[in-house]
Design a protein. Structure first.
Length: 108
């Protein structure tokens, strides 16, 4: 947080990459008393579909925020991949630490 004197302040929020602390991702900021979200993906996606390092679909989730209720990654087709509160009926994480939902087999 930076002080802006008596007229206000601005907040810059970053996420530090745990594998490389030199990499910082700007999450949001307030400029001129206006909150400007600066996420590369549509919430609740943490990561979204990229090709060659460029985001090609902000709503196609490839990873979810693990500290949010919508931490379950459900990919039903090449055009639909979302973060949700739980896996849908007939799907399970099978204990996946990243909470990626997969179709249940007959034992489910």
């Amino acid at each position: 947080m930076d002080n802006w004197g008596e007229i206000g302040f601005k907040i810059k929020t970053y996420e530090i990459d745990p594998d490389d602390d030199s990499v910082k991702y700007l999450v949001d900021m307030i400029e001129g008393n206006e909150l400007i979200p600066n996420l590369k993906c549509t919430a609740p996606c943490k990561e979204c579909k990229e090709v060659g390092g460029e985001v090609v679909d902000m709503e196609y989730c490839t990873a979810c925020w693990q500290n949010k209720p919508q931490k379950y990654l459900y990919t039903s087709s090449s055009t639909v991949s979302i973060c949700d509160d739980e896996c849908p009926d007939g799907w399970t994480t099978n204990g996946d630490p990243n909470h990626a939902c997969v179709k249940c087999d007959s034992s489910c």
